[in-house]
Design a protein around this ligand. Structure first.
Ligand code: ATR
Length: 278
């Protein structure tokens, strides 16, 4: 008899992670005798912990803040996306070899595909606010979908410059704060900074220069409707909240650990949304 497959979220802290809820829902839906737990691992122990995941009884897991770079170093094989980003958020074994992927790109793209169909059909220019891990994944995803000009606007200029160096010619770094001139002709505006999160100041950005068919999205999902999304809606623009990115990035890991392709359904979304209520 084989023992039930165990996966987990590895981070510091991990108390508030919604990943156990998402994977627990899918385990129940598919009637799989497996589990998905939490592992709060301090930074100095993260790389070793991930490298010896099987010895801790796991078939794989997700990796969150602040361990995505440690996971990049810990795995033996990388997908091209993880390699390009220098960060890993999903690990699993194939023939005893530990692999690492970065599914934030998939999460971002599939969320937009689901909630703003056709968003990339004439994609040329995008504006990304922030230059951290989420921004790198999003910029890489936008480049995959054909964006030719991606403005990265970040408070710390060196981080935007670094992202432009790593991802290539189509990225241009711009100084903080974003201006309405940055938005001229943009097909997509994405916020990845913490501005607009519960308890933090909203972005104060005049959206009037965005074209009428632009899409505005936020990586934040608490609250679901940030000030930026509310302002975009008020202008009649299509908007997409950040919850779907979290749900969609979870899919590839589940399939690798438990062997079934999960779906992001309205039921799952409602379950997580209910948990986000204060
Ligand atoms: P994530 O993985 O979510 O991208 P991160 O790597 O910590 O998280 O990146 C957070 C981003 O939000 C950074 O671009 C950060 O800007 P800095 O590079 O200057 O730190 C941005 N950010 C955080 N707080 C901000 C604020 N109050 N105003 C503007 N940008 C902010």
């Amino acid at each position: 008899m084989t023992s039930p497959a165990r996966a987990c979220i590895i981070g510091h802290p991990v108390k508030h992670s919604r990943s156990p809820m998402i994977h627990g829902h899918w385990l129940g839906k598919h009637g799989i005798d497996g589990s998905y737990g939490r592992e709060d691992v301090p930074p100095e122990a993260a790389e070793d912990f991930i490298r010896s995941l099987a010895a801790h009884g796991y078939v794989g897991g997700n990796v969150t803040m602040p361990h995505k770079e440690a996971a990049f170093r810990a795995v033996s094989r990388l997908t091209p996306r993880a390699e390009a980003l220098g960060a890993v958020n999903t690990v699993w074994y194939e023939d005893g070899v530990l692999w690492g992927d970065n599914t934030d790109i998939t999460g971002f793209l599939e969320n937009l595909d689901e909630r703003a169909p056709g968003w990339d059909s004439r994609l040329k220019k995008a504006v990304v606010l922030g230059a951290g891990g989420a921004a790198s994944a999003i910029a890489a995803g936008l480049r995959e979908r054909g964006a030719t000009e991606i403005l990265v606007v970040n408070r710390t200029a060196e981080k935007a410059d670094e992202l432009a160096r790593r991802l290539g010619d189509c990225i241009a770094a711009r100084p903080w704060p974003p201006t309405s001139a940055d938005l001229v002709g943009a097909d997509l505006l994405v916020n990845t900074t913490s501005r607009g999160m519960n308890g933090k100041d909203d972005l104060d950005l005049d959206l009037s220069m965005l074209p009428a068919d632009a899409v505005v999205t936020d990586a934040i999902y608490v609250p679901l409707e940030t000030g930026l999304l509310a302002a975009a809606k008020a202008r009649g623009l299509r908007t997409v909240d950040g919850l779907g990115m979290l749900l969609h990035q979870a899919k590839p890991g589940f399939e690798r650990w438990f062997g079934k392709k999960p779906e992001v359904t309205r039921e799952l979304r409602a379950l997580v949304e209910a948990d986000l209520q204060p």
